[in-house]
Design a protein around this ligand. Sequence first.
Ligand SMILES: Cc1cc2nc3c(=O)[nH]c(=O)nc-3n(C[C@H](O)[C@H](O)[C@H](O)COP(=O)(O)OP(=O)(O)OC[C@H]3O[C@@H](n4cnc5c(N)ncnc54)[C@H](O)[C@@H]3O)c2cc1C
Length: 424
Amino acid sequence: MTVKIIGAGLAGCEAALTLANRGIKVQLTDCKPSAMSPAHHDTKFAEVVCSNSFKSDDPLTASGLLKAELRILGSRLIAIADRVSVPAGSALAVDREKFARAVTDEVTLCPNIEVVCATVSEVDLSVPTIIATGPLTMPPLSDFLTKLFGASLYFYDAEAPIVDGSSIDFDHAYYGSRYGKGDDYINCPLSKAEYYEFVRALVSAERVIAKEFEKDEIFEGCMPIEIMARRGIDTLRFGPLKSAGVVDEAGNSPFAVVQLRKENEEGTMYNLVGFQTNLKFGEQKRVFGLIPALKNVEILRYGVMHRNMYVNAPTVIDRHFRIKKYPTCYIAGQLSGVEGYVESIASGLVAALNIEKAIKGEEPIELSPQTMIGALCAYLERPNGHFQPMNANHGLLPPLKNVDRSKRKEAFFARSMANFRQNG
Ligand SMILES: Cc1cc2nc3c(=O)[nH]c(=O)nc-3n(C[C@H](O)[C@H](O)[C@H](O)COP(=O)(O)OP(=O)(O)OC[C@H]3O[C@@H](n4cnc5c(N)ncnc54)[C@H](O)[C@@H]3O)c2cc1C
């Protein structure tokens, strides 16, 4: 039995090496070097397209915990990243050239992997396959996937930041929906002076420069808040920050209000309604921190606007990365709805382990949602009217009971490690 893997990026290479090292034959196909997406420039596989940082390696951070778990599961790409790392404080950063070279060598020299250089145009859905062609999946495969998934396939990401619910300052916030219709929102009021200071900071904040190939697409979906703010100093308070129908306990309506909507049932994650943004991450922290209730807020996922092809995971795949309608086929990497280099690697690893189980006629692996990888998988499966790609963050984990906020990160780490010990 040969498993077909389409896309030799981070997810595809991780999946290929995982299967091959477990004795399973793999055919790995990539369009490189004959065709390349606008963000890919290297002819080698596992290209790190932008920053060379795999984010923090501190196990008390969410991305550090993700890496710790991947090391336990034997991730080949994280082992290679460790080997070719460059000094970057507590982050794991790689020499991208050495990283791509080492992964490409390992893949091409592996006797169980047959490498094919071709642009894939369609997938035989009856054959065990992992589709891992990434956020810039090349045509004609992108057209094939559009036909296959219809409205469940998205082409770009225009998302508002998501914050940690426990870090919102309730001395400056209160629950309530507009016109007294429930308690679904957290309202973060601004006085006149606070609102004008916020808008002034917003319009002058630094934005991410859109890549040439993104410029035509970015404004189709929704307008970034910083662009809307440039239309006039009062535009936002008649738009996403309007206070109509919002009153505090004393019955007063604020000058302007930012509303936060629950992102998950547990209320550990909230998104800033109408705050799609293309500000640089540091600027999001600084400018959104001017909202009094968000002064010390922890941003779990920053707002982004960039080209990004991904499926509406809860309708298309299950937590094992298996396509619900065609369960012999899997989707991994950014295309599956995870966000980030290491998250893509994790999805490739889990998809590969599950395809191996399927070949052996066994049940898929179950990672506890108390682990970061398990939590990401659970997120992909959970029904979500507003699905957006997700990176590793502590808000995905089930809340801890009776743990002081200052001890939370240690407790998340300890709980995850205990899960791995328990389940071998
Ligand atoms: C411009 C950009 C910048 C990003 N910057 C960061 C960042 O700084 N940090 C971060 O954590 N994440 C970043 N990401 C998000 C994401 O982590 C990366 O895109 C990551 O590489 C995704 O891994 P992947 O395996 O899903 O896809 P990729 O690594 O993109 O791999 C996909 C592979 O599939 C191949 N392929 C595509 N179409 C076809 C086809 N039809 N036939 C055959 N092969 C095909 C490609 O050549 C490629 O080798 C960025 C994404 C983009 C688009």
